[in-house]
Design a protein around this ligand. Structure first.
Ligand code: PRP
Length: 177
């Protein structure tokens, strides 16, 4: 495989900043209760860091880590690597995702967290690829709907690289002849 990072960002840092601020407002307008945010490692950390600094609070944080068995293809088999640390029974919980592709990861996490009996459970993602969806997973707040590009930056990686970019770019991946 070879790959090339496209120069022009798909989403600039300014576009992301504006939309993240709007998402923070939208999230806080859903309730007056303290929110417990559950961020999905690793891709959502940059989004989370900016989102919470645009919120008034009170908020608390937790983290969850999951993995597909096959890292190259969404196989539908999601594995829990790290569960949340907090008792979320009767809490207002929000899942924070960087991107929803097939929807299998978010659906798995929603099912797991619902079993812990939160008072409410909402989901927010920065990016969504509706054309790739394999489930009818519900996302309450979506930052940007995008085409089926391989995207990196702002937390998202290609083979663990590019998470540090302040914008989101497209990577063209080609098979070597
Ligand atoms: C990405 C992303 C979501 C998931 C979405 O995680 O952060 O969690 O894939 O894919 P799906 O909708 O097809 O299930 P990834 O496995 O790349 O891990 P990372 O966040 O550590 O980069």
């Amino acid at each position: 495989m070879s790959y090339k990072l496209i120069d022009a960002p798909l989403l600039t840092a300014d576009q992301i900043r504006t939309r993240v601020y709007e998402l923070a407002q939208a999230l806080e307008s859903t309730t007056n209760e303290p929110l417990h945010l559950v961020a999905v490692l690793k891709g959502s950390i940059v989004f989370l860091a900016d989102l919470i600094r645009a919120m008034r609070g009170p908020i608390t944080l937790d983290f969850i880590a999951v993995s597909s068995y096959d890292v190259n293809v969404s196989s539908g088999a999601v594995q829990l690597l790290k569960d949340i640390d907090t008792n979320i029974k009767d809490r207002s919980v929000v899942i924070i995702e960087d991107i929803v592709d097939t929807g299998l990861t978010l659906e798995y996490i929603q099912t797991l967290l619902r079993s812990k009996k939160p008072k409410t459970l909402h989901s927010v993602c920065l990016l969504s690829k509706p054309s790739r969806r394999q489930t009818k997973v519900v996302i309450d707040h979506v930052g940007f709907e995008i085409e089926d590009h391989f995207v990196v930056g702002y937390g998202l990686d290609y083979e663990q690289q590019y998470r540090h970019l302040p914008h989101i770019s497209v990577v063209e991946v080609t098979s070597k002849q």
